[in-house]
Design a protein around this ligand. Structure first.
Ligand SMILES: Cc1ncc(C[n+]2csc(CCOP(=O)(O)OP(=O)(O)O)c2C)c(N)n1
Ligand code: SF4
Length: 244
C-alpha cells in the first residue's frame, strides 16, 4: 500500500450539526477558518468565544469550544470580563456589523480604547442579516436594503461607517486587518491573519480586529455566484489586508 499525503481534512473542531447558513453565506467559511485556526494552535481547551445575536447566533452548536452568549452588541464588554479574570484563556468575540457598529459601538470602542486583550472578529455583510436585511451603519452608498429600497443616499441616510478604520485609529488596537473568504488565496491569507490576531491576544498586546468582508446572498437578493462577483468588485474600491 502506498503512503498517502492528506492535503485536506474536515476541521476537527466542527461538529456534525448541519449549519443553518444560507447557500453562499460567508459565515460558514469563516466558521471553518476559525475552527481550523484554533485546532492548529492547539487551543481548543483554552479558548472562549463570545458571540451575540445575529445570523451566527448558533455558532456554539458548530464549533466545539467554550462559548458565552452575550446580549446584542455586548460581546466586547463580556469578553473584557472574561479576559481579565481568566488570563489563561484566549478570548475572542464574533460579531456582525449591525451588532458591532450599531447597537454595540460603545462597547467596541471602549474595549478597543482600553486595549483589552481580546480579538474582535467582525463579519461585515453590510446589513442586518438575521432580521431580514435592514440598512446598517456599514451599508455602502447606493446599496438597496429593505429600509432603503431606493439605495442608501448620504443626504437622507448619512454616510457609511468604516468601523475597521475607526477601531484602528484607537490607541489600544495593536492589529487591524480587512479580509474575505471569496477565493482559496483569500481564505489562506485570512487564516494567517486570524492566527496573528490570536497570537497578539495570547501575548496580551492589546485589541486585535479582523474584519471579514462577507456576502449575504439572501438579503442582497442575489445568487451566491452574483454575490461573490458583487463583493469582489466592491473590494476593488477598499483597502484590504493589514491597515494597522
Ligand atoms: C437588544 C436587541 N435588539 C434587537 C434585536 C434583534 N436583532 C437580532 S439579530 C439583529 C441584527 C443582526 O445583524 P448583524 O449583527 O449585522 O449580523 P448578521 O445577522 O448580518 O450576521 C437584530 C437587530 C435583539 N436580538 N436584541
Ligand atoms: S441571511 Fe445572510 S448572513 Fe444570514 S445566514 Fe443567510 S446569507 Fe448568511
Amino acid at each position: 500500500m502506498t503512503e498517502e499525503t492528506v492535503v485536506y481534512h474536515r476541521p476537527r473542531l466542527l461538529t456534525d450539526k448541519p449549519m443553518h447558513y444560507c447557500p453562499g453565506c460567508s459565515h460558514s467559511a469563516i466558521n471553518k477558518i476559525l475552527a481550523d485556526t484554533i485546532a492548529d494552535m492547539g487551543r481548543e481547551d483554552s479558548v472562549i468565544g463570545v458571540s451575540p445575536v445575529g445570523c451566527a447566533v448558533l455558532i456554539y452548536d458548530y464549533i466545539n469550544i467554550d462559548w458565552v452568549e452575550a446580549a446584542h452588541g455586548r460581546a466586547p464588554a463580556v469578553a473584557t470580563a472574561i479576559s481579565r479574570l481568566r488570563r489563561d484563556r484566549l478570548v475572542f468575540t464574533y460579531q456582525g456589523d449591525g451588532d458591532l457598529s450599531a447597537i454595540g459601538i460603545s462597547e467596541a470602542v471602549h474595549a478597543a480604547t482600553r486595549g483589552e486583550n481580546i480579538t474582535i472578529i467582525f463579519v461585515n455583510n453590510a446589513l442586518y442579516g438575521m432580521t431580514g436585511g435592514q440598512m446598517a451603519p456599514t451599508t455602502p452608498i447606493d446599496m438597496k436594503t429593505v429600509t432603503c429600497p431606493k439605495g442608501r443616499d448620504a443626504a437622507t441616510h448619512g454616510h457609511p461607517l468604516d468601523m475597521l478604520a475607526l477601531l484602528a485609529s484607537l490607541p489600544g488596537v495593536c492589529f487591524a486587518t480587512r479580509e474575505n473568504v471569496l477565493s482559496p488565496t483569500s481564505v489562506r491569507r485570512a487564516a494567517r491573519s486570524l492566527r496573528t490576531a490570536f497570537e497578539n491576544t495570547l501575548e496580551r498586546r492589546g485589541t486585535s480586529v479582523i474584519e471579514f468582508m462577507a456576502a449575504c446572498p439572501t438579503n442582497w437578493k442575489m445568487s451566491p455566484i452574483d454575490a461573490v462577483v458583487h463583493l469582489t468588485n466592491r473590494l476593488k474600491t477598499l483597502k484590504t489586508g493589514r491597515i494597522k
